[in-house]
Ligand binder design. Sequence first.
Ligand code: PMP
Length: 354
Amino acid sequence: MSWEENVRRVVPYTPGKQPKAGEKVIKLNTNEFPYAPSPKVREALSKIDPEEFRLYPSTTAEPLTSAIADYYGFKADEVFVGVGSDDVLSMAFLTFFHSKLPVLFADITYSFYDVWAEVYGIPYETIPLSSKFQLVKEDYFRANGGIVIANPNAPTSLCINGGLSALEEILQKNPDSVVIIDEAYIDFGGETALPLIRKYDNLLVVRTFSKSRAFAGVRIGFAIGNKKLIGYLNDVKFSVNSYTMGRPVIALGLAALSDEEYFKESTKRVINTRERTKKELSGLGFNVLDSQTNFVFCSHSAKRASDIFEELKKRNIYVRYFNKPRIDDHLRITVGTDQEMESLITALKEILCL
Ligand code: PMP
């Protein structure tokens, strides 16, 4: 018998292409924030004392957990902090999805969900979105082992039709399953499900600092939910790796959270650029979905998405193309700075011979 027979074989998640060190590209392929984090983060960084590095950090990422709880009006035992929301979501899959019934999520959504289900051996079923990429709430009114909904959704950039009341209906019909709402992009649009936590003890809302707080490279994500849910999540986390978040990251996270003015102003800038970009892309013959995120999802009437993707790559502009059924005629383009978006539009005009 070969040792390979005992290997847990998985098909891993495919992240967007990362440029090589020193390579100059316009990077619009992984939904990063186009501006630096708050200046308070730089200040906090300069105050970090390596003397502290001798000591293990808090297992629950305190005092960041309490600061997040205060910020959103919850208690510290209602918050779980992880190394990016991928870490939080992965722990949530491991903790809450332990049924023989399938976990339900959309066919077109964050492409890590099925990877976690596969690696943990969780049964799952993907539910097709409508032809207009809308989630059909009634499809979730059936026996299941859990539900995951990204709202706004990626890569479609759309919020759930019917808003919070549609999500509430799904919660009402599923009191026996944990429902995870992944709000990675909520700071750019849409209505948060956080107020529903007081009403539904089976709701877990997951958020990230990666997008709206410009922290993709620092890695902070968190979940808010009923104290019991958070307790179970911590039990599993402490059974895998208890010291996940290092001291410097905790300090930087506190600084990012403390600058509300910068947060509001910089996310507003991205939203304004998004709206301008949507109009410009439409003017070039793109069909652009109504984005509530920091990216746009679009298709072109005359040119194949895969060709546009390759042509942009040749010009050192990276966007995201998914060679997957139903969306292989679409591109996902992150909203960059105004200047980056101008370069994108100029390149697209050239590619489309306009
Ligand atoms: N959820 C969704 C819907 C995402 O698009 C992403 C970003 N790839 C994440 C979660 C994970 O982000 P992070 O781990 O950087 O918090």
